[in-house]
Design a protein around this ligand. Structure first.
Ligand code: ADE
Length: 253
């Protein structure tokens, strides 16, 4: 049976997912802990990507080469930079770009050298399934947050996510990332630090990839505040609710 990797960026987020794993076994490799087991009748491997594009690429290559995974799902948090993308919303990626990729003058801005492209698409079928799972999952947990006035109702977005080796936390940087991307014809909803790397390794191996990010901040001066509280109280329950739905609806192959 096809093995699915569930890659998380943060330990708190992974903890809730790990509790769902049946017959978990632990394997250490390349400085990472891989948890293998079953979830809703699927073979799964859970792992933390670590932070940044190189770490995420290394994790993904290990998942594929050493654990034989054939589908990859990523869950994490991101800074919202798109208009109307607010804290507590969820973005399902339809493609990734590296906002810090610049090999000019040899290649056009943002183009991945020797790939002839700047963006890498997520798998359409897996992403559609994930989008449905986000809507269904949030319908369950969203009420709780709204009732407690923690958050306005979460909106769900689908679109481009920009990755870079930088925690973005000031409006000038956001403005530059947005305008640079726009001048090359790209509009990103959110920034984070791993997705484009996972997408590139999955592209190299021809492996379907889907990703969701809960918006933890607006990539401004408040971006670091209450980050761990947000992850514990909001992003982790969201991830658990969504991934649980996703696992129920994922076709067995
Ligand atoms: N992940 C969550 N928030 C982020 C931000 N502001 N920049 C980069 N990665 C993030």
């Amino acid at each position: 049976m096809t093995t699915l990797a569930i890659v998380s960026a943060l330990l708190d987020e992974q903890k809730g997912l790990l509790d769902q794993l049946q017959h978990p076994t632990k394997r250490e490799r390349a400085g990472r802990t891989f948890w293998c087991g079953q979830w809703a009748g699927h073979e799964v491997v859970l792992v933390l990507s670590k932070v940044g594009k190189v770490a995420a690429a290394s994790t993904t290559a290990t998942l594929i080469e050493a654990f034989g995974v054939e589908r990859v799902l990523f869950t994490g948090v991101a800074g919202g930079i798109g208009d109307g993308v607010k804290v507590g919303d969820v973005v399902v990626a339809d493609a990734f770009i590296q906002h810090d990729m610049d090999s000019g003058p040899l290649f056009p801005r943002f183009e991945i050298p020797l790939y002839g492209r700047a963006t890498l698409d997520c798998d359409a079928a897996l992403s559609a399934l994930l989008l449905e799972a986000v809507h269904a999952g949030l319908a369950g947990v969203g009420d709780h947050f709204h009732r407690d006035s923690l958050l306005a109702y979460a909106a769900v977005h689908s679109g481009l996510i920009a990755s870079g080796d930088q925690f973005v936390c000031d409006p000038l940087t956001v403005h530059k990332i947005r305008t640079d991307l726009q001048s090359a014809g790209h509009q990103a909803l959110a920034v984070e630090m791993e997705g484009a790397a996972v997408a590139q390794v999955c592209f190299d191996y021809g492996i379907p990839f889907a990703a969701m990010r809960t918006i933890s901040d607006r990539a401004d001066a408040d971006a670091h505040m209450d980050f761990s509280a947000f992850v514990q109280q909001v992003a982790s329950p969201y991830a658990l609710a969504v991934v649980s739905q996703f696992m129920q609806s994922l076709p067995k192959r």
